[in-house]
Design a protein around this ligand. Sequence first.
Ligand code: AP5
Length: 198
Amino acid sequence: MRIVLLGAPGSGKGTQGDLLARRLGVPHIASGELLRAHVRAGSEIGRDVAARLARGDLVPDDLVLQIVGDAVTAAAAAGGYILDGFPRTRAQAERAHELARARGVDAQAAVYLALDDAAARRRLAGRAAGGRVDDGDAAVIEHRLQVFHDNMRPILEFYEQRGILVTVDAAQPVTVVTDEILTALASPTGSAPAAAPS
Ligand code: AP5
């Protein structure tokens, strides 16, 4: 199964990505985690992107496409993937679709984890002690939410037009969200079309 997970910061992409990967037996690829690994390693890419991650700004599309594309191709060869944090722009969605379709590894479902901003803020504040550079500052969290709202609607429309969008209420307990995703993926019609974020 090849799935992309979409949603606001704190909506549970990483949490659900881990759980779904284990349940479905495919790798979990997280674009943010791949980028943070470069920062930790002090690689040239890491030095280039560190300030953007700290500010909550998006990393340039070309760079993310290269990093994520390699991981997706390798995972797809092994049976599929759960991709979280990508795409973040309509351009990323369109370019990834073209590249992946040519390789036969295009996403089969896009799962949107719907969560209001107040709940997202509470979750990110609760995780602040975990040491992520973009969690510790309320202004950075607001900026991440704004970047999400500025970009997500066209992405949801892209997947809705492709007929593979599934929307799940991410405010529910973790296990309920996982079960709803799996149920929707098993259903021939999926869930109701997404309500675009406000
Ligand atoms: P990224 O790492 O993708 O971060 P994010 O989108 O801000 O999302 P988070 O990791 O904060 O949240 P999440 O939705 O994964 O929720 P989680 O499961 O952790 O991106 C970071 C940065 O990298 C970006 O700002 C950008 O700079 C760059 N970047 C990444 N991808 C990019 C791309 N494609 N293009 C350009 N730039 C890119 O959960 C959050 C908390 O809530 C946890 O404490 C968890 O335990 C809790 N929780 C989860 N689910 C529930 C639940 N159901 N109930 C209660 N608590 C829950």
